[in-house]
Design a protein around this ligand. Sequence first.
Ligand code: PGA
Length: 228
Amino acid sequence: SVAERRGLKQGQLSLMAITTASYFAPRLLGEFSKLYPGIEVSLRVTNKEQVLASMADGLDDLYLVGQPPEHIDVVATPIMDNPIVVLAAPDHPLAHRKKIPLDRIAAEPWLMREKGSGTRNAIERMFSGHGLNIHPRLELGSNEAIKQAILAGLGISALSRHALALNQPGQFAILDVEGFPILRHWYAVYPAGRQLSVVARAFLDYLLEHGEAAPLSPSIKRSARTRI
Ligand code: PGA
């Protein structure tokens, strides 16, 4: 409400986001701080291990992650879809095939994120759940490096569709593979038992209102939504 908004003239908001969240978190944070210019915001983007360590220490107000931690007691709110799509170069032979079977795609050379990546875990679970193994041809430590390697013709991969937010439509082919997209979510997480500050609560409300509706890019189609 307007009254609450006036009450939010100043304060601090400290956020930590896992690397892949950097495709959407800064934009939402930017919009939020335009609404509340008196609030001092900080955003650290880092890897899963550091997010977990900082969460255990309770250093930040909110954490934006692809999967709530298992061994820390937290309140986790799904704020946005995070579909994992299979990407290839636009001239890839499978680019226009329909319903590519999972075992066919498993035989392709795969470009994989590093161990510990939530994206990689989701892909490996999908294939091993169907009794399939994929063979990484290259292991690369970032989504951007994976995208470059795909365009260089080194193989295929699967990434969060958010990772395409700044790419031109048609720059990558999104393959129509059975079982994909893997439907995941982004979560805003904070330690259970912690009282959220007024500012952090306002940002969480903002994420819930604007996360799904926020345009990613014209090239990105929304998939069917699932809520947990
Ligand atoms: P990541 O993304 O692959 O960069 O770890 C987080 C996640 O999707 O869980």
